[in-house]
Design a protein around this ligand. Structure first.
Ligand code: NDP
Length: 369
């Protein structure tokens, strides 16, 4: 088939030429998870890096790391290249208030996630370059994997090429930030966003349900909860299996198990063959919902944010959340409360609960407010 490309375009360190960007001043806007690691990597690559952040402890950290620090607005005015490394849900508002007015011709805007561009929440002027350098790695790993030589993968892409040089700037910046250390995989902003959202929504919840239900079943059958949770998660066996999958692939790693496990795994897999098509239908629905932009519309609604607050808070109070907390405590695991930062719904938010009641009914078992 002419013109049809099989496989992605991959870029490596040899493809990035740092001389293309050595005169440019780079502003890292947001000195958080990604911001700090990316700023340090870019500076180590010999580039001029400044940091834009609100005056608080993140900014103090940037200062103590030796960067010149500014407000986001000032930093984006001073810089030729602006990395937007702020929480995705705040990018639109911060962009409008602090960044947009400073986008002069031929500046470069870099995102680490395509969401705001893909769904049209941020629409930059057409005289700048818009790039994607999205590490497939958590913030701390972006630094550590460069320091320890392991490297990491990135999704990279050009959304707008106003300068005519966007691709060479993309490759140079990707190299400097460490994004070509394993490989840069060329994708569109839309593809990166949909892959990211779909993995979270299409795979994550299905795999958690498949793990949590049999845990409930075994506990109902009288197996000690500590033993069940150790068997499923807390032994760390699963982590070991994932590492093996990384090393040799999902199928090949089966060969590392004992003979009885291999037989059980390969034969019992067949019993799921019908139900898996039902699951696939649900996953297709989720994918369509994301691709059509319907998920983004849902997420951007004020009412959704309130619904999310109720659901998140309650998920730690009933069912699997409390069970896990109890067992972890009994076994001496450190206590972690990731939901602690979610403030309790305000009286005003509780007053709109009526509007949400139907949707909240889906999450049966949540106690009344
Ligand atoms: P963080 O939550 O770590 O970054 C927060 C930064 O934004 C901090 O510097 C914070 O500083 C600043 N900030 C927060 N609230 C405000 C506000 N209201 N006004 C101004 N500044 C604010 O974000 P991440 O590093 O996790 O994410 C950045 C980008 O990287 C996102 O697009 C994300 O999708 C992407 N990404 C993240 C990955 C990850 O593993 N975390 C992986 C790959 C991509 P302060 O509060 O001091 O102002």
């Amino acid at each position: 088939m002419e013109g049809f490309e099989v496989g992605a375009r991959l870029y490596y360190e040899k493809d990035g030429d740092l001389s293309k960007i050595k005169e440019k001043t780079i502003a890292i806007c947001g000195y958080g998870n990604q911001g700090r690691s990316q700023a340090l990597n870019l500076r180590d690559a010999g580039l001029t890096v400044i940091v834009g952040n609100r005056p608080d402890e993140y900014r103090a950290r940037a200062k103590s790391d030796g960067f010149q620090t500014y407000d986001i607005s000032e930093a984006s005015q001073l810089a030729d290249v602006i990395f937007i490394l702020l929480p995705d849900e705040l990018q639109e508002i911060i962009y409008r208030k602090e960044i947009e007015k400073n986008l002069k011709e031929n500046k470069v805007l870099v995102f680490a996630h395509g969401y705001n561009i893909a769904f049209g929440l941020i629409i930059p002027p057409n005289n700048i370059d818009i790039l994607l350098i999205a590490p497939r790695m958590i913030g701390i790993g972006v630094r550590e994997c460069i320091l320890n030589g392991e490297g990491y993968f990135s999704f990279i892409g050009v959304h707008q090429n106003a300068s005519g040089k966007a691709k060479e700037i993309l490759l140079a910046l990707s190299k400097a930030v460490g994004g070509l250390s394993k490989a840069g995989i060329e994708v569109t902003f839309e593809q990166e966003t949909i892959l990211d959202l779909f993995t979270e929504q299409g795979f994550g919840p299905a795999s958690s349900q498949i793990m949590m239900k049999p845990i409930d079943l075994l506990i109902e059958e009288g197996y000690p909860e500590e033993a069940v949770l150790i068997e499923f998660i807390l032994s760390g066996n699963m982590k070991y299996a994932f590492n093996q999958m990384l090393k040799c692939g999902i199928i090949e790693q089966i060969g590392l198990l004992d003979q009885q496990s291999q037989y059980g795994l390969l034969t019992r897999g067949l019993r799921y063959k019908d139900i898996i098509f039902e699951i696939l239908e649900i996953q297709k629905g989720i994918l369509n919902h994301i691709e059509s932009g319907a998920f983004s519309i849902e997420w951007e609604k004020r009412l959704t944010k309130i619904k999310f607050k109720f659901i998140k808070l309650m998920s730690s109070k009933v069912g699997f959340g409390p069970l896990e907390k109890r067992v972890r405590k009994n076994l001496g695991f450190p206590e972690v409360d990731l939901w602690a930062e979610t403030p309790y719904p305000t009286m005003k938010e509780i007053s709109v609960k009526q509007e949400l009641i139907k949707e909240l009914e889906e999450f049966k078992g949540y106690p009344e407010f």
